[in-house]
Each structure stands twice: as C-alpha cells, then as structure tokens.
Design a protein around this ligand. Sequence first.
Ligand SMILES: C[S@@+](CC[C@H](N)C(=O)[O-])C[C@H]1O[C@@H](n2cnc3c(N)ncnc32)[C@H](O)[C@@H]1O
Length: 354
Amino acid sequence: MSSPEDTQNQKTTSRSERTAPDSFLTIEGQRRFLDTFLPIRNQVIHDFYHSPGNGLPTGQDRRQNLRAAIRLLGGGADETVPDIYRLYYNRLFSAIWLALNWGPYTEEIRQLTDPQLRVYHSQLNSVDTCWQPAVEDAPDDGLLVEIGTGLSDGWARIALLKPHINIVSITIESDQAEIARSIADRLDVADRVQIRVGDIYDPDTTSDLAGRADAVTAMGVLPHLPDARKAEGLSAMASMLKPEAPLLIFDGYRVRPFRHYMTRALASNRSPYPSSEEFTTALNDAGLSLTRFDTYTAESCLQIAADTRTTPQLRREVGPVIAWLFTRVVRQFMKDLLKPQESVHLSAVRQRQQ
Ligand SMILES: C[S@@+](CC[C@H](N)C(=O)[O-])C[C@H]1O[C@@H](n2cnc3c(N)ncnc32)[C@H](O)[C@@H]1O
C-alpha cells in the first residue's frame, strides 16, 4: 500500500465534468444548499434543546449551556462519546459552525467577505470533497452509508444533490438522530434517508447492510475510535461495501506531538488523533488499500480558527460575555489542534481484493 507521503498532493476542488449535479463543488450550489438547510437545521436544534414557551432560552437552559461551555473548556470529566455530543457539542457548536468537522479553505472560499460564510463553505466543501466519488459514481438510486451523522450537513447535502439516492446515516448519539429525523421530514427526504443510532463496533448496527453500499463515508469519526481499535472500526465500515465500492474518509492525523494540555483535553473529549504512521497501520491492518490520498496543509485549515466568532445565535444561548469568551477559547483550541496536524486528509480506500 502506498503511504500518505508517497501520494501526497495538494487538492484543489474543481467541478466535476461528468455525472455530478451542477450545484456540486461550486460556491453557488453550496450557497443555495446553505440557504435551504441552515434555517431548518437551526430551528430544529433550537426547538429540540429549549423548553417550550416564548422560544427564548430559559434560565435553566442558559445554566445548562454555561455548564456545557465550562466543561468543554475545562475537560477532565469521565464521559462517553455520546455524552459529550448530547451534553455539549451538539448545542454549542451548532451555534457557531455548520458542522462538527473543519474544512480546508480554497482560494475561492478565502475570497468570500463574510467570515461566517467562509466557515460554512469550507465545511460544506469538505463534505462535497469527501463524497465526490459517491456523488459521481454511485447509481442514481444507489445506497450510501454515512458514519457520523453529526449536525446533519453531510447526509442532507447529498440527499438534496441526488434526488433518488438512498442514505443510511449512523450515529452513536441519539439526540443527533432525533434532530436529523426532524430535518429529513422538513426537507421532505425522510422516505429515502434512514437515521440509525448505533455503535460501529456493534455488529447489529451494520449487519443488514453487509455488502450493500455503493459507498461508505466517515468524516470526523476516526479520532473517536480508540487507538487500539481503529483498524477494527475501519473494517466494520468497509464490511458494508459492495465489491470495489469506496470507503471515503475525511479526517486529520498528527505529524507532531500535541502539547501536554492538548493531549489531556483531547483524551478527555475522547478524541485520540492518530499519528500518520498509526493511521497507515490501521488501514493496512483493516486490509484496505489507498486509491487516493489528498493532504491539506495546516495553513489551509487554520483559517477556521480565525473565522470562528461569536454569532447572534450563540449570544442568545449563553449571553454576550460567555459567548465572547467561549469563541476566543475555541479559536485558540482550534489553532493548537490543527498545528500539529500538518495536514487534513481525504483518502478513498477500497477493500483489498482476496
Ligand atoms: C466530529 S462528529 C462528525 C460529524 C459529521 N460527520 C461532520 O463531519 O460534521 C463525529 C460523529 O461520529 C459519530 N461516532 C463517533 N463514534 C462512533 C461510533 N463508535 N459508532 C458510530 N458513530 C460514531 C458521532 O456520533 C458523531 O456523529
């Protein structure tokens, strides 16, 4: 298998000339998606996490959000991955980002004047880039499986791009699933998008999908898999693929050690980022071979730190002072997270032929 370094190249996105819809991998198409998706997604999350009433956060909501912000920044608690999403990530990050991943910035995205739009486009562009082989090559009415529903931008983007495609999106955290199902209803795609709660390590989560998927994607998921079980997780994902269908991973690996406090914070947030060697070993151990590997320099990703800012939505959630402080700390955190990851990668891997 080729190593990441052997096949390293700098990816610039370009619109597909082949079967992809017109709005795929274009700023205009992404903007149209954001205009449709964001108001629905934000309303659904707001309704989900707030007590009924006048629609504004109650004192109890605010206290909960404040506790969430403090815990997230302080670290140290013994929570599971689903706890972390349910208690903190879903509600707080949905107020500042489109998604829970970060995305590389292209030249075109850098030229957008609104920093909030730059964040959204970089994240959405990473969705398009990750799913590109599936969007271009899967049959129109094929089956795509997403591991990691997150805040619903991935499956929603693809379901709207491909009006006959079927998607199963899997998450380990049940709030995400409930939110996603509401969004699917409002986007009128619930008949072909199934949201499933399950752990990728539990065979029951995926057994009915064995050998059926035209592609499987996982964005931002690998760091949550324990180091010693990353290969096992990759194998479980690949087991759903039809022969020759691609497993599409979009994630980061570290090329330098993290600072001590970051190592602790990442451990406490259950995110052990693999080194590039560990990542390559996990792919090999899972019997997967790379067909494509694109790397992005830290510089092309770091702008997300600069563009992370207080939004009116976050201010409403936690009040102006905490919102201001929170985003400053998150910006610093993102810088410290991204710098030791000289690259964020996209890799498309296939099951090795027997
Ligand atoms: C950082 S979020 C990424 C979400 C989305 N793909 C994105 O890029 O914004 C990680 C996702 O992985 C899911 N996840 C983590 N560990 C998992 C596991 N063992 N089984 C299934 N899903 C898992 C979480 O529920 C969450 O949806």
